[in-house]
Design a protein around this ligand. Structure first.
Ligand code: GDP
Ligand code: MG
Length: 300
């Protein structure tokens, strides 16, 4: 619990066996109630490592993609009664030590969403971000800020914290199961006018932390521009897209978005994923608590 709020960290995992434990060991368990690992049909020992660590582990029987994996993460976090959910990649790219300031910006600050930005603070390249990734990040961010009328330092970080309300409100089930999910979600957040805070975050680049190749990056980049263009057109009433439809499918309305590719429930309580191992269980959610207190400034 953190200031009376239930905190759930979700780790969407794909072949993260080598880095999962190191990442998990740095999660501040004094304030985090549950750590959930969702394994997207990894070919390595991710599930065994997660189980040995005693983490709540959901396993996709088939590889659905990074977006599909996040849908499972958030559905499970909501089911567990999370007030604040932090997505942390289990590839040890982002430091778990920023979890506390990120969640406090939501529990005690004015924000609904907090992004760990690799660009704020200007250390992305020093941290090893390849030049082509940095250049495309900057270019895409400029284009997206223009099309979405926003001023974020980057749209591509995988380190994010959300209030429960955000996850319940957005029509996340309308989003892609691929990498562009992240970007669609940010566009939905801007469209719904949730408050976004940013905090500077160093990011490490090493073999296990970065596997996306150039071709997939290009596909992602084009997808991102498409999402922003759709935002632009939707905002001006020139077109309609399901991801911005307030009546679109939400996680809360259908906890189990995908009937077939997942294994039946282990304990009869979760979506039809296979649950392996039990994480720590925290106290029940304090549904009555509200956000209060002063804003924390964006660092960097
Ligand atoms: N679910 C799923 N996740 C994937 C797949 N490929 C990569 N990822 C995850 O996507 C995230 C970003 O990929 P990564 O290679 O770390 O990219 P980078 O850090 O931005 O260079 C990581 O958490 C990966 O584990 C996949 O096929 N399925
Ligand atoms: Mg990575």
């Amino acid at each position: 619990m953190f200031h009376g709020k239930k905190i759930v960290v979700v780790m969407p995992a794909y072949n993260a066996a080598k880095t999962l434990e190191r990442t998990y060991r740095e999660v501040p368990l004094d304030i985090v109630d549950e750590v959930v690992v969702t394994d997207d049909a990894s070919s390595d020992d991710t599930v065994r490592v997660a189980r040995e660590l005693g983490l709540r582990t959901l396993v996709h029987q088939e590889n659905l993609g990074y977006g599909g994996n996040q849908k499972t993460c958030y559905a499970e976090a909501l089911r567990l009664g999370a007030d604040v959910v932090v997505m942390l990649h289990p590839d040890y790219q982002y430091t778990p030590t920023l979890i506390a300031p990120m969640i406090s910006m939501i529990t005690d600050g004015p924000y609904d969403v907090v992004l760990g930005s690799r660009v704020l603070g200007g250390r992305a390249r020093a941290g090893g971000m390849p030049l082509y990734k940095y250049a495309s990040n900057r270019f895409l961010t400029a284009a997206q800020n223009f099309l979405c009328g926003a001023k974020l330092s980057e749209y591509h970080t995988g380190y994010r914290a959300f209030s429960r309300e955000v996850l319940e409100t957005l029509p996340l089930l309308e989003n892609s199961d691929d990498f562009v999910f992240d970007n669609q979600m940010l566009a939905q957040i801007l469209y719904a006018e949730f408050e976004i805070g940013e905090i500077s975050c160093p990011a490490a680049y090493f073999d296990e932390a970065s596997s996306i190749n150039f071709r997939r990056s290009v596909t992602y980049g084009l997808g991102v521009l498409r999402v922003s263009l759709h935002y632009f057109l939707e905002r001006r009433g020139l077109a309609r897209y399901p991801i911005f439809d307030p009546q679109g499918r939400r996680l809360s309305a259908a906890q189990n978005p995908r009937p077939t590719p997942l294994l039946p429930v282990g304990e009869g309580t979760s979506p039809p994923t296979q649950e392996k191992g039990q994480g720590r269980r925290g106290p029940a959610r304090d549904a009555g608590a509200t956000k209060e207190g002063a804003a924390l400034p964006t660092s960097g």
